[in-house]
Design a protein around this ligand. Structure first.
Ligand code: 5GP
Length: 114
């Protein structure tokens, strides 16, 4: 069954898409935790970081290039931002379609709650 994010990638459910190409799609998080909160997802379904394969290397590198471009487009490249990927339960992963969070637009504080 298609993941929630696959449905967004294919336009089957709505999302505020800020960037899309043949490898990745970037869209606004529905429940933002920072003024800028974008999800960058592979168009291909990969459940978690545990499931990436050597043939995904180009796409995974491309996610960073897109993150840099979106950060520029949204004017947070100079103020700074955080890229975050959750993997499985202890990290709190909710959607099992690999995604990178791009967070910025305010001081984000320490990386982890103590
Ligand atoms: P995770 O906790 O898996 O790393 O992050 C999942 C993210 O997906 C959460 O930040 C959540 O707000 C976001 N999200 C869940 N459902 C939807 C949706 O239907 N649309 C969008 N745009 N974001 C979603």
């Amino acid at each position: 069954m298609a993941t929630l994010f696959s449905k967004i990638v294919h336009g089957e459910i709505p999302a505020d898409i800020v960037y899309q190409d043949e490898m990745v799609t970037a869209f606004k998080d529905i429940n933002p935790i920072a003024p800028v909160h974008i999800l960058i997802v592979p168009n291909k379904e990969i459940a978690t970081v545990n499931d990436v394969a050597p043939e995904d290397e180009q796409m995974l590198g491309h996610m960073f290039v897109v993150a840099r471009q979106v950060a520029r487009d949204l004017n947070i490249d100079q103020s700074g931002y955080r890229l975050l990927i959750n993997c499985r339960g202890d990290a709190g992963q909710e959607v099992f379609h690999l995604h990178m969070h791009l967070l910025g637009g305010r001081k984000l504080g320490p990386m982890l709650a103590k």
